[in-house]
Write a protein that binds this ligand. Sequence first.
Ligand SMILES: [Fe+2]
Ligand SMILES: [Fe+2]
Length: 187
Amino acid sequence: MDIDFFKNEIRNTLSKKRYEHSIRVLETAITLGKIYKVDLNKVAIASLLHDYAKEFKREDLINLSKEHFSNETEEYLSNVEILHSYIGTYFASEKFNIKDPEILNAIKYHTTGRKNMSIIEKIVYLADAIEPKRDYPYVEKIRDLSLINLDKAILLEVTKKIEYLLKENHVIHVNSIEMRNWLLKVS
Ligand SMILES: [Fe+2]
Ligand SMILES: [Fe+2]
């Protein structure tokens, strides 16, 4: 499918700020995709669509989650930050007829990660976390690691994220904990 088509779609759907973020995620993910030799077309589509639902109304995100992802989202309905990934997958599939599981899963798990992620899932997850405008402690170290070892980069990112979520007393998604446990074994 045509990358320019999806660029146009998100340009017309997202705010300027979110559109520009998505383009930076695309560029970061393509750099990683070349290093780790994966299908760049899949990486590009998943990157462009990853935040497609990010600016949907809270109410719509909750209703669509209940309707289409009730089992996966029932414990997280008050965490809209998590829901937009699921609804992004739904739109990729229903509106754009994308049925490729690698693309759909890269969108679906870009916020929480999960254990046993594919390389494309890892790349989109990480590109979202390290695109050039991201600025938080250890981001430089995570960027450096991403060029040599995706697993080590994600392990550091998710460890710092969990530390932050604990400190702020926020909910931690079980997928992120399972991903970290898995990466501790394999990285
Ligand atoms: Fe997102
Ligand atoms: Fe994002």
